[in-house]
Design a protein around this ligand. Structure first.
Ligand code: ASP
Length: 339
């Protein structure tokens, strides 16, 4: 009697459980995910609507460049390279055309790319004639036994490839020129009492970057920049330093923007991935740790994606040009905290 009762009640419970599971749509797992940034810093919310719109349009366009790759089953590596190429060609952003001016009045470009599935990496610093530094970085990764080429050596490496070359003037834009003139005046006006650190923080930075997770579960990160306005001879920022401004492994892919010296000091991108791996934290927790416990307010912003396709885009600056999209159709295009 007891046995029959138990049997019938467990049958009823199983049927009930089966019916309620069948009713519930299964949570869709993320097939692919993409995030990009166009620089973080003090971005005034008083930007005229027409200018705001230009930035939103630029971010949307770059997002589409990566979306077509990932939607058709392409690799995370292709997606991040194409997104960054697109942003390098857009004069609104500080990378490729539109790069900031160095102290000497020229342009020196840095870029890095990393494949999370192999830990392959390629990077360049101080490029002066390569139209799309990110594509050369990819060649360094795949075709050379080294990871990072600098200055003249980087240009010589470019000579051995078919990447498109331009005059250094190609990177020149009127807006960056004015910014440079202002930065020079401010630098001259600095009194010894004023901290150089404060001045650096107030200088508008800018960089572009992309991270992606593809349908095969691979992660990749890419970053490209003109660096800091008025930077000194041969200054190298965080972007081409693997683990600082750019990093990808089997856990996460990260691209940074902001004050390069601070980002480097804290080996920031690698710390985010390590926090997840060794502390078991989520991507958001790892980002919060670096932004709040390691860096100071106003220093930086990061975009990242983990090996489940979760995206995180956070900054401790007033704004960061950013956008993201995944296979479930979640789409974001933003500049400030909520806009
Ligand atoms: N991190 C870049 C650099 O220091 C600049 C930026 O991202 O704004 O070169």
């Amino acid at each position: 009697m007891n046995y029959r009762f138990t049997f019938i009640s467990s049958l009823i419970i199983s049927l009930f459980l089966f019916a309620s599971c069948a009713d519930q749509p299964e949570a869709e797992s993320t097939q692919w995910a993409l995030a990009l940034h166009g620089g973080a810093g003090t971005i005034s919310q008083n930007l005229p609507d027409s200018v705001k719109q230009q930035y939103y349009d630029g971010l949307e366009e770059a997002l589409r460049a990566g979306e077509v790759v990932l939607r058709d089953g392409g690799t995370a590596l292709d997606a991040v390279e194409y997104v960054v190429r697109n942003l390098e060609d857009n004069p609104l952003f500080n990378a490729g055309r539109g790069a900031v001016f160095t102290k000497e009045g020229g342009h020196e470009l840095d870029a890095a790319i990393m494949d999370g599935s192999t830990l392959g990496a390629g990077a360049l610093t101080g490029l002066t004639t390569v139209k799309n530094p990110i594509s050369l970085a990819r060649k360094v990764m795949t075709d050379s036994p080294h990871i990072l080429f600098s200055g003249e050596g980087a240009e010589t490496y470019a000579d051995q490839t078919d990447v498109e070359r331009v005059d250094n003037d190609h990177f020149h834009t009127g807006r960056r020129y004015q910014q440079w003139e202002r930065a020079q005046e401010e630098a001259r006006a600095i009194t010894p009492e004023e901290s150089i650190q404060d001045w650096i923080k107030d200088t508008k930075f800018g960089t572009v970057g992309a991270v992606a997770y593809d349908a095969d579960g691979n992660l990749a990160a890419a970053t490209s920049t003109g660096g800091m306005t008025n930077k000194q001879f041969g200054r190298v920022g965080d972007v081409p330093i693997i683990g600082s401004g750019t990093f990808a492994n089997h856990i996460a892919a990260i691209s940074a923007t902001g004050w390069g010296e601070q980002i480097m000091r804290n080996v920031s991108a690698n710390t985010i991935a390590n926090y997840m791996e060794f502390k078991g934290g989520s991507l958001d927790e790892a980002m919060d740790f670096v932004l709040n416990e390691r860096l100071d307010p106003g220093d930086a912003g990061f975009i990242a994606v983990d090996n489940q396709g979760n995206i995180s885009m956070k900054m401790n600056t007033t704004g960061m040009f950013r956008a993201s999209l995944n296979s479930n159709g979640d789409r974001t295009v933003m500049i400030w905290e909520n806009e």
